[in-house]
Design a protein around this ligand. Structure first.
Ligand code: TYM
Length: 334
């Protein structure tokens, strides 16, 4: 088996430019940089139901995300694209991983603390054990690399600890994975509140740009993004978080450093910079939207998901069998 790369995104809303710059753009790059690796990429629908979801909306977002992945430029070679819940080993692995995960470790997860606070109808135990499901996703396929945005770093560190612990106890059963976090774009902030992350679930729709938004919406959102009253273009995340977030977006979209962008707009005003950024975003999204519309209702998309499922299932079920054997579950194989 080739070396592997694993990643996933939750289908909890339409995909926004933050998720694109922090992860999908990096998936495309990673696929080019590591052509000898096999990429297991999935739609994390089991993760999505750790908080309440509406059935029809979830279904729509699952399919939408599958088409978005491909529309963003991922190649079908060396890629298994699948829906997490369709590969039953993920749910099973979650349980096995939980048997090696401590309460104290889960209690330290900052994302859990943030998300738990927002749950008005009560916090599910699956939200608490979520990092074990995620560790299982990664370890099932022996990922060498896991491309993610900055907010997943802590989950990756926990995955590495669990893998090492299980390797010590059971003999080398897993590859210990390494995160691949992009230098810029790993943490894109809300357009209306640059102190919080741009998020699929933010109730304020103006806080983000969706990959499928129409051109006039994209321009409007960027032109009205919060900046400051100083009027000077400078990259300073601490003191100018709004403007610096827009510079980060421009930087990630053009593969130039944030400092170089700030330098080249030194004598421009915010309006000119925002207009150029809006143009850049519109030009990036146009081909993605075209490919998306040709894929979303195609048989090709279903075929890719079927093939992805079949291959992922084969690899994942082998790993589950091996773990059962190592753990002494069931009967001894003859
Ligand atoms: P999720 O669905 O919250 O986000 C998907 C990916 O997008 C990145 N991201 C961002 N990057 C930059 N700026 C932002 N504003 C932004 N918002 C999101 C995230 O860091 C992430 O890489 N638990 C994961 C999904 C998952 C997973 C896995 C990932 C489940 N199993 C196994 C990797 C491997 C999550 O909730 O991502």
């Amino acid at each position: 088996m080739k070396k592997t790369i694993v990643s996933g995104i939750q289908p909890t809303g339409s995909i926004n430019i933050g998720t694109y710059l922090g992860s999908i753009r990096n998936f495309v790059k990673t696929q080019v940089d590591y052509q000898d690796h096999h990429f297991f990429l999935f739609i994390a629908d089991l993760h999505a139901i750790t908080v309440p979801q509406e059935k029809q909306t979830l279904r729509k977002h699952i399919k939408e995300l599958a088409a978005i992945y491909l529309a963003c430029g991922l190649k079908k070679d060396n890629l298994s694209l699948f829906i997490q819940s369709e590969v039953k080993a993920h749910a099973e692995m979650n349980y096995l991983i939980q048997c090696f995960t401590y309460m104290g470790e889960l209690e330290r997860m900052t994302q859990y603390k943030d998300k738990a606070q927002k749950q008005t109808a009560g916090v599910t135990s699956s939200l608490f054990t979520y990092p074990a499901l995620m560790a299982g996703d990664i370890l099932l396929y022996d990922a060498e690399y896991v491309p993610v945005g900055d907010d997943q770093k802590q989950h990756l560190e926990l995955t590495r600890d669990i893998a090492t612990r299980m390797n010590n106890k059971l003999g080398n059963v897993f590859t210990v994975p390494k995160p691949l976090i992009p230098k810029v774009g790993a943490r894109i902030m809300s357009l209306t509140d640059p102190t919080s992350k741009m998020s699929k679930s933010d109730p304020n729709i103006k806080s983000r740009i969706h990959l499928l938004d129409e051109e006039n919406i994209v321009r409007k959102r960027i032109m009205s993004a919060i900046t400051d009253s100083e009027g000077v273009i400078k990259y300073d995340r601490q003191n100018k978080p709004g403007l610096s977030n827009l510079i980060d977006m421009m930087s990630a979209l053009t593969d130039q450093s944030p400092e170089a962008i700030a330098q080249s707009y030194q004598s421009a005003n915010y309006k000119t910079f925002k207009e150029d950024l809006a143009e850049q975003v519109v030009n990036t999204l146009k081909p993605i939207q075209e490919r998306y519309h040709s894929l979303i209702n195609s048989d090709e998309l279903d075929q890719i998901l079927d093939d992805g499922k079949a291959f992922a299932e084969k690899i994942a079920s082998r790993k589950i069998d091996k773990l059962h054997h190592k753990l002494g579950l069931g009967r001894k194989r003859k």
